[in-house]
Design a protein around this ligand. Structure first.
Ligand code: M7G
Length: 322
């Protein structure tokens, strides 16, 4: 809920720039033409719903879209306004000293964050579909024979990453950049974070080089890159957002969704989805592992969760590894 005043000011400026930039550069998503095809997933805990929609053009052709709707966290400075400003209160139940209400705030205080993937590929639809997950223990041989060929053929497009690295998108959102082609990176807010408050802070560092896919590619020679990400990333976040290194969770996912090496920075107080032990690898631990054993990630087996209809899970099943 806390928000540094400079963050608030900066945010307002950035939102203004984003609005102007978005208005000038891309046409808004045609919400009016959207048809709902399916609810992919719904989470009462996260107050979010993941939708599969279809936009039909003038000649009747449909294009798939994924729309994620999330209730945004409360902002301390707006709570009073929320209670007072033209807010309708409707009694739901009353018992002794206890009562619950439906509260209907005015539109400007009941914002919903909408993330749109359009056009969405079948891979995006799968990514957001609620599914059972299974743990796979991936040896280095499994990685070479099953995972790597799969990633080379079928992974999600990295165009959004290259757009950021080439300043074709989100350039105004960059918080820090180290331009070194070998050991440099770009740090910017993850699009899961709306930057309204620090509680759910989430930034990502995207490496400049394009030859590192994931944890599996890391060797001791990449230590300068990893150290830069850790120290410069922590310093930049402390400078910009006032969150110290000891309150940041800095980690990589295995398996990631996007196979261009990147590192997540999230607020320690926030139980961010994806920070569970079966998927998150803390960057300081990764650095130590590589210091002890230069080929650590080419030697050891790694456990990772794969969801039921992920094609990679099918590959492991076909190979008799599950
Ligand atoms: P990941 O570890 O590959 O997998 O993280 P996950 O998506 O299952 O967590 C990729 C991260 O990049 C995620 O946290 C996404 O929210 C974030 N991300 C994805 N896209 C397409 C964008 C984007 O266009 N811009 C920004 N800023 N972040 C993105």
């Amino acid at each position: 809920m806390a928000e540094a005043p400079q963050l608030k000011r900066k945010r307002e400026e950035e939102r203004e720039e984003e609005r102007e930039g978005a208005a000038g550069a891309v046409s808004p998503f045609p919400l009016a033409e959207l048809r709902l095809r399916k609810v992919l997933r719904e989470s009462a805990r996260d107050k979010a719903v993941f939708l599969h929609g279809e936009v039909t053009n003038a000649s009747g052709e449909g294009t798939d879209a994924v729309i994620i709707l999330e209730k945004t966290p409360f902002q301390e400075e707006k709570v009073l306004e929320l209670l007072k400003k033209h807010t309708k209160l409707e009694l739901q139940m009353h018992n002794d000293i206890y009562s619950t209400y439906h509260l209907y705030p005015p539109p400007e205080l009941s914002e919903i964050k909408a993330t749109v993937v359009f056009p969405a590929t079948p891979k995006h639809l799968h990514k957001y579909l609620r599914q059972e997950a299974f743990l796979v223990r991936e040896s280095w041989q499994d990685y070479s024979h099953i995972t790597l060929p799969f990633v080379q053929q079928q992974a999600l497009s990295l165009q959004w990453v290259y757009n950021i690295l080439e300043k074709k998108a989100e350039a105004e959102r960059i918080v820090h950049e180290n331009p070194d082609p070998c050991s440099g990176f770009v740090l910017l807010p993850d699009f899961k974070w709306d930057q309204s408050q620090l509680d759910d802070l989430h930034l990502i560092a995207l490496v400049q080089r394009r030859d590192l896919r994931s944890l599996r590619d890391l060797r001791a020679e990449h230590l300068p890159l990893l150290r830069n990400i850790l120290t410069e990333g922590q310093e930049a976040i402390c400078r910009r957002f006032g969150v110290p290194a000891c309150q940041l969770r800095v980690f990589l996912h295995y398996q990631p969704s996007y196979y261009h090496l990147h590192v997540h920075f999230t607020a320690l107080g926030c139980e961010a989805a994806g920070s569970a032990v079966e998927r998150a690898h803390l960057l300081p631990d990764v650095i130590d592992n590589l210091l002890m054993e230069p080929c650590y990630y080419q030697r050891r087996a790694l456990t990772c969760p794969l969801r039921a209809d992920e094609p990679l899970l099918k590959k492991f099943q076909e190979a008799g590894r599950l």
